[in-house]
Design a binder for this molecule. Structure first.
Ligand SMILES: [Zn+2]
Length: 150
């Protein structure tokens, strides 16, 4: 942990710090005893190496240039567990000047990215551009023109 992030602990009473340590250790023990890894841990442990990526579902930005975001399904290990692949997860990559690529952010998308992409395909242009009031007026006028109303 970075020194500045640790500094806040130096203001706490030792008694509180020890309680915090014990609570954290209890949480770690419980999480490590889970039969399956949680999504957040799978995402956090992902290296971004090509052989650990099952599928790149979507890319935002230009892959390999400075910073970009990918939605991926991933393998949790080279051995691949029975639940593999996992995800989709979101990973933000950054490439430095030397071309070294690393993950700088990750997350679990709130929406199913594959479902959203599928929905995008079916989006049609609006049948009317304007307010709902203007739309109702247009319909009224059309009906009047057809002699159905008025
Ligand atoms: Zn797996």
């Amino acid at each position: 942990m970075h020194h500045t992030r640790r500094r806040k602990f130096f203001r706490m009473p030792l008694k509180e710090l020890k309680k915090l340590r014990d609570d954290i250790q209890t949480a770690i023990d419980e999480l490590e005893a889970l039969p399956e890894k949680r999504k957040i841990d799978l995402a956090a442990e992902h290296s971004g190496k090509a052989e650990m990526i099952h599928e790149i579902i979507d890319i935002e930005g230009e892959s390999g240039k400075r910073k970009w975001t990918q939605w991926e399904t991933i393998y949790c290990s080279p051995e691949k567990c029975s639940e593999c692949p996992h995800g989709p997860f979101m990973f933000t990559y950054r490439a430095n000047k030397k071309g070294t690529v690393r993950i700088v952010d990750y997350g679990i998308p709130a929406f199913d990215i594959r479902a959203l992409k599928e929905m995008e395909k079916h989006i049609e242009p609006p049948i009317f551009e304007g307010t709902f009031e203007e739309f109702k007026q247009l319909i009224r006028k059309e009906r009047e023109d057809e002699g159905l109303e008025g």
